[in-house]
Design a protein around this ligand. Structure first.
Ligand SMILES: C[S@@+](CC[C@H](N)C(=O)[O-])C[C@H]1O[C@@H](n2cnc3c(N)ncnc32)[C@H](O)[C@@H]1O
Length: 220
């Protein structure tokens, strides 16, 4: 295990042992001291599966509001803003949000510190396009149902949810982070009223068998 992966595992298990599964993100961002190489998911470019989807679909953005959940260092939010969405992007880590504002000082994105598990009331059913990338899997199974329900709650009637996530083949609890999603966990999104429109499986490496999915849902 490399040093950074080990650090993430240690911070996450300590936070979970203290019953604060989201507490380690701020510790990680703050201890990076502005060095993006210390943030394992930060690639300083929009996620390629988001980029690919945006390039290959007709998307109407005029007058539309988008929400980026757990926005990290902001590259996905910036990509959606460039396309014409009015974007709100939030993260639980104040350091991550300050970092976004520092990286993109002229940005039209409304960057906010907020907790997915305590969504502001005014965001309820407020967004035409919601982007959820690798955040559900970053939180343990103990909060999964609450996280999924919270994500669903911000989509407007007939709005779209784009999810990018690692998936697992069994219902057995995995060791994480990340904790990839099972079929029954993904099904919770449909049980909450979303309709699956499109699903693409990406097999990243045959050796590690890491599987990711990009799934598009529509709020009925
Ligand atoms: C694995 S990273 C993914 C970041 C980004 N979405 C990406 O794919 O590059 C998880 C992000 O979710 C944020 N996060 C974790 N728990 C959160 C919560 N309860 N509310 C909001 N953001 C949260 C973390 O601070 C971190 O930036």
């Amino acid at each position: 295990m490399n040093n950074l992966r080990q650090k993430v595992q240690e911070l996450a298990s300590e936070a979970i042992n203290n019953s604060e599964p989201t507490a380690w993100f701020e510790v990680l961002y703050a201890s990076a001291n502005g060095d993006t190489a210390q943030i394992p998911w930060a690639k300083l470019t929009p996620h390629p599966y988001l980029q690919d989807w945006l390039e290959n679909h007709e998307i109407s953005t005029q007058g539309k509001k988008a929400l980026v959940i757990g926005c990290g260092l902001g590259d996905d939010a910036e990509a959606l803003a460039k396309l014409g969405f009015a974007v709100t992007a939030f993260d639980i880590s104040p350091t991550a949000i300050a970092w976004c504002q520092q990286r993109f000082p002229e940005s039209p994105v409304n960057y906010q510190v907020a907790d997915l598990l305590a969504i502001p009331q005014q965001w309820h059913q407020a967004f035409d396009f919601v982007f959820e990338c690798r955040n559900i899997q970053a939180l343990p199974l103990s909060v999964r149902t609450a996280v999924i329900s919270s994500i669903t709650s911000v989509i407007s009637p007939s709005g779209t949810l784009l999810v990018i996530t690692h998936v697992r083949d069994t219902e057995t609890e995995p060791s994480g982070p990340p904790w990839p999603l099972s079929e029954s966990e993904l099904a919770q999104l449909e049980n909450l009223g979303l309709q699956k429109i499109e699903a693409t499986l990406f097999l990243e490496s045959r050796e590690t068998e890491v599987k990711q999915m990009r799934i598009i849902y529509r709020q009925l």
